[in-house]
Write a protein that binds this ligand. Structure first.
Ligand code: ZN
Ligand code: ZN
Ligand code: ZN
Length: 384
């Protein structure tokens, strides 16, 4: 078992490899430049490396662009060459009521200061490329075993539904009419993805096939109406929470069986959810006592810090990079948490911190790997 960690700056891309199968986990960045190169050059380097790896599936933990911009680039560039045998997505598509969660995610992309390049709405961008270059999709939620060897610990669709309703109660006084329209568009988007998952016979749909182009147009028109703009500015106070709706559905997974090569991948899971998972809140899936490798959530930032030291990980993966925010204060809060550097002291101090960028890590003095291990050109990866 080997993990290839690519340097994506503030973004994620990992390839879990063994002789039989390979699984790519996320492929994206929020940076325009990484290690002195343009992002497209870095994407090209990663893609050319990936092309040497046969039989691989892809898992997208969630729909923030720092986890999928590389995939969008790759699919546009490669057109019809099917790179992946299968793509796993978090389950926010299997039931009609999920369109309310999706609607909040659409709003999150449009909220001010969401730091998206060229005002891209990531769900539309993803649905667009998936529609153009059809892929074999599968949805994951708590309990699903996939690849014959991993098990999803998150998202829990019941918890997400509850949190969606709780959030919606607080925006009840907003324009109902606009909200219903957004939900209507989200529902169409949900069905487009859902239909890709179920083939035509299985889903026995009686309705007409929904055209992606038309939904996109409908959304574009809605976005520019004064009612919508007002609606969005009314939501600005909840902006950060809104943005978190994407992290809420983040896939977390570990091995299905306890063993020597236990790994825990956490996407950008929120600390409260990580706590629930660690406490085995529903009694269904306990964490293991020990992990060979843990990928920390949300690029190691303080806001998503979680204390993994009880699990004595041999390797702690931190895919960090400089985050370009509008304010200095906010940019600073995206640096790597100082609390992770304390993990060097676990047990006999054997935890190896695989940190991709020293520019935003204060652990260098304490011997963090980023001090000498710059994961930059020409390979952009580190094998663990
Ligand atoms: Zn995220
Ligand atoms: Zn992220
Ligand atoms: Zn570091």
């Amino acid at each position: 078992m080997k993990i290839r960690m690519y340097n994506m700056g503030f973004g994620d891309c990992f390839c879990l490899r063994d002789r039989r199968k390979n699984l790519l986990v996320d492929f994206g960045t929020s940076n325009n430049r990484i290690g002195g190169l343009r992002r497209s050059e870095v994407f090209d380097a990663v893609m050319s490396d990936l092309s040497t790896i046969s039989h691989k599936n892809l898992l997208l933990t969630h729909f923030h662009l720092d986890h999928l911009s590389g995939l969008l680039y790759m699919m546009k560039k490669r057109k019809n060459s099917f790179e992946f045998v299968r793509i796993y997505l978090p389950d926010v598509f299997s039931r009609p009521e999920m369109s309310r969660t999706l609607a909040l995610m659409l709003l999150a992309d449009l909220a001010k200061d969401s730091c998206l390049p060229s005002h891209q709405v990531s769900l539309f961008a993803l649905a667009g490329v998936l529609g153009k270059y059809p892929q074999n999709l599968e949805l994951l939620s708590r309990g699903t075993v996939f690849e014959g060897r991993y098990q999803a610990l998150w998202p829990d669709t019941g918890v997400i539904a509850e949190e969606t309703e709780k959030f919606l109660k607080r925006i009840e006084d907003c324009d109902r009419d606009v909200w219903e329209k957004i939900v209507g568009i989200a529902e169409k988007l949900r069905r487009i993805i859902w239909e890709m998952i179920n083939d035509a016979e299985k889903c026995m749909r009686k309705t007409e096939k929904i055209s992606f182009r038309e939904v996109e147009k409908e959304f574009r028109i809605l976005r520019n109406t004064p009612e919508f703009i007002q609606f969005l500015s009314g939501m600005e106070t909840q902006e950060m929470e809104l943005r978190q709706f994407k992290n809420k559905v983040s896939i977390v997974f570990q091995n299905a069986e306890d063993g020597e090569w236990n790994l825990l991948f956490t996407g950008d899971v929120q600390p409260a959810h990580m706590r629930m998972i660690a406490d085995n809140y529903d009694g269904k899936i306990p964490l293991f006592e020990h992990y060979w490798c843990i990928k920390v959530p949300h690029h190691g930032t303080e806001s998503h810090y979680f204390n993994f030291s009880p699990y004595m990980p041999e390797n702690l993966l931190i895919s960090n990079g400089v985050y370009h925010a509008n304010s200095k204060k906010r940019a600073r809060s995206y640096r790597t948490s100082m609390q992770y550097t304390g993990l060097f002291q676990i047990g006999d101090g054997d935890t190896y911190m695989c940190c991709s960028s020293s520019e935003c890590c204060d652990g260098c003095q304490d011997g963090c790997s980023c001090r000498e291990q710059h994961i930059i050109a020409p390979n952009f990866y580190l094998d663990i």
